[in-house]
Design a protein around this ligand. Structure first.
Ligand code: MN
Length: 459
């Protein structure tokens, strides 16, 4: 049995040499202070040479390159157990690697970090190895990226308490937050087949809507198309049907974190959602960022989970000492809008909002895992849990246009004289995020972008 299989897995927040902010890579672009992908990050993604039509391959982002793990494995020089860990990745199967869990991830992370480190050792042997690995690098600009793994099931939660309050206020001014909110992580089962990777266009949906003063509903293009700024939590090892995941072990089932945009048709939603919840207002498309930032890369950016004074503490099945100490994530999240006119004028667009997941989320990722499995539901490698819209307390931190435009009542003024209440055809909405703390190297998530196409013709 390889040594990593027997390691304890309760050390997901432990820092090691892979987090050393002084560590630099021989891949020059990874040492750029502005890169999302320094050697301390090493996120996984699925890619191929753009336009090639080749099978998807698994890679790790390093600076502005992607390290092809099939080619890297062929380059040789790996310990036997590392070569075995690289095998499913070289075969293009991230899910099979995800199933192995944290000890395997940590072991491979250390090996990849060492292999990419710019050491002072310039011996012929290490120089030859470096040349072999250098030939396994592809410029990200020449790569096409897709959804990072096979997502079998997708569940969207509602952990943003300020979002839940603001949206609740639009519908129930006197009673914005329903009484269950502070006790049970609210969620619904979403649609995995329509999750697309950043860069994939998003077609405006047609749907059934009914204005409050209208006699009957009508069918046509959504006129209140919105985005939701979320994090996506990808599951590593699953659990057997009928066997809940205790809080003390919940983090062991997390593989990593992405950005996630749960595109939402706000006019279809209120007409269809009662009594069974969101349906066609959400299932036409969701966009995921292609690089999965692992739980190990996030270790320096954990934060305490704290309930505000006067709020109930979680029930015991949603509570653990580790969760209280380090359950939250300190991730700065942003939403950017580039209209077609801005694109034509060469403008990169305007930032709509910026906030932090630590302040926005009422429940931690571990609590979502434990709650999801509490009744015996089996999670599987590659399953996706959406955080829900991560709006902060301040209006400038709102993670959707529904909040930014006060339910569509207050148009947002954009530079250049344009206004928006909801998204227009041609708009590109991009989510970005990064982690930054004293004593740690800044890491980022890359982009989660989608451009709105006109609705298809009516039947
Ligand atoms: Mn959502």
């Amino acid at each position: 049995m390889p040594a990593w299989r027997t390691e304890t897995t309760s050390t997901m927040t432990t820092l090691d040499s892979t987090h050393d902010p002084a560590r630099r890579s021989w891949v020059d672009s990874a040492n750029d202070p502005a890169t999302d992908f320094p050697i301390q990050n090493l996120p996984f993604g699925r890619f191929r040479r753009a336009g090639s039509g080749d099978p998807w391959r698994i890679g790790v982002a390093i600076g502005d390159r992607v390290l092809d793990l099939a080619q890297a494995r062929s380059a040789g020089g790996w310990d036997v157990d590392i070569a075995a860990l690289l095998e499913p990745l070289a075969a293009g199967d991230l899910n099979r690697f995800m199933a192995l869990g944290a000890p395997a991830r940590r072991r491979l992370r250390a090996a990849l970090s060492d292999a990419l480190t710019d050491s002072s050792d310039a011996s012929d042997a290490s120089g030859g190895r470096r040349d072999a690995l250098a030939s396994a690098l592809l410029a990200q600009a020449d790569a096409e990226l897709t959804v990072p793994c096979t997502i079998g099931d997708y569940t969207d939660f509602y952990t943003g308490i300020h979002h839940a309050t603001a949206v609740g206020k639009l519908f129930r001014p006197d009673n914005p937050l329903l009484p269950n909110y502070r006790w049970v992580p609210i969620g619904y089962h979403g649609r995995a087949s329509s999750i697309v990777a950043s860069g994939h266009p998003v077609r405006r949906p047609n749907g059934q809507t009914k204005a409050p003063d209208a006699e009957t509903p009508s069918f046509g293009p959504s006129r209140r198309l919105d985005y939701e700024l979320e994090l996506g939590f990808l599951i590593g090892p699953g659990n057997a049907l009928g066997e809940p995941i205790p809080m003390a072990r919940a983090e062991e089932h997390l593989f990593g974190v992405t950005l996630f945009n749960d595109w939402s048709a706000r006019d279809i939603q209120p007409w269809e959602y009662q009594p069974l919840g969101p349906f066609l207002a959400k299932n036409f498309a969701s966009t995921i960022s292609p690089w999965v930032v692992t739980m190990e890369a996030l270790a320096p950016f954990r934060a305490a989970f704290v309930r505000p004074d006067g709020d109930p503490q979680p029930l015991p099945y949603l509570d653990s000492a580790q969760n209280r100490a380090t359950g939250a994530l300190d991730i700065r999240v942003e939403a950017w809008l580039q209209t077609a006119a801005m694109r034509a004028a060469g403008s990169p667009g305007v930032r709509l909002s910026a906030g932090n997941s630590r302040d926005a989320a009422y429940w931690t990722a571990a609590q979502l895992v434990a709650h999801h499995a509490a009744g015996g539901c089996n999670l599987q490698p590659g399953d996706l849990l959406g955080s829900g819209t991560l709006s902060g307390r301040e209006p400038s931190e709102a993670g959707s246009l529904l909040e930014l435009s006060d339910g569509g009542k207050r148009p947002i003024a954009l530079p250049g004289g344009e206004t928006r209440t909801f998204l227009a055809d041609g708009d590109t909405l991009t989510l970005r995020a990064h982690c930054e703390r004293p004593g740690a190297r800044r890491i980022g998530f890359g982009a989660c972008a989608g451009t709105i196409l006109p609705a298809p013709p009516l039947p």
